[in-house]
Design a protein around this ligand. Sequence first.
Ligand code: HEC
Ligand code: HEC
Length: 260
Amino acid sequence: MEFLRSILSAALLLSLAACDDEPVVEPVPITQRAPTPAPAAEPAAAPEPVRTHMREHFRFARAARTGLIRGDIEATKAAMQELARLQTIDGLPANLEPMLPPLRAAAAGIESAHTLREAGVAVAKTLVACSACHQRADTGPNFAIPPLPEGDTVQIHMQRHRWAADRLWEGLVQPSDEVWNSGADALSDSRLDPADLDIPDELRGTAAALVQHVYDLGEQAKSATTPDARADVFGHFIATCATCHRLVHGGPDPDSPPGE
Ligand code: HEC
Ligand code: HEC
């Protein structure tokens, strides 16, 4: 026991000493990317311009997602068209060039979407094209998981929905099982009572069915393990948010316009 305690306190001292001496590094959240063999010739991190372009793509993809959750097809299409126009990225390693045409094609798929559900699937397939390149590059974004909003008001439930939608989205883009599953889990822990919604009584039945559908999709998200299965769940999921926000004329505020 005494022995154990002295080992523990020595370890503690060592770790404290390490804290003092070590340079401050950005915390890197744990990812669950499948270990891929280190590329022989390419350095793991691409040069700065790729990163800068990526932040733009990120904004467009996010604007598409938020536009869709609000039920705003025009905003979604405008953001997706930016991605569909993407010709090249400065500094992109040559082995990643072939990953761009599938991204453009997936983003252009929004043009033939006539329903919220089809638009949702087009957005989700685009995110899978993002993740395919990150996997090939063996680099990409590292999303930290922020704390889940706590509480039981309608607004908090909606913020939890958004939290879940963000994690599912990031889980697709990164890609990361851990981030994806945290989104799915948040949905099964959340139970919005449709009776609490401040909406006309004649909409209550439809709203209850939509809420239930959101939670059912959360369950499906848990068992979806391939990128395609996840894209399908995610597309239907955000289309369901959109359907209710249109119905009740509510929902989140728009993101700041893309490209700002
Ligand atoms: C052709 C390959 C490719 C495609 C397609 C791609 N990415 Fe990336 N992405 C990269 C690479 C390479 C990096 C790492 C850049 C670096 O670290 O300098 C990266 C990094 C990122 C980052 C992290 C940027 C930062 O600040 O560190 C984000 C966010 C990102 N990508 C989002 C996306 C989104 C969203 C899409 C789809 C709309 C997408 N990417 C499509 C190759 C790609
Ligand atoms: C049953 C209908 C319904 C469903 C389903 C629904 N919402 Fe909402 N949402 C609402 C209503 C009503 C409001 C306005 C609530 C309020 O602020 O009082 C709202 C507001 C929001 C807000 C703004 C909250 C704030 O902080 O002001 C966000 C974000 C949101 N919803 C996200 C989502 C997401 C993401 C989904 C899908 C996972 C979703 N909602 C599903 C009805 C719904």
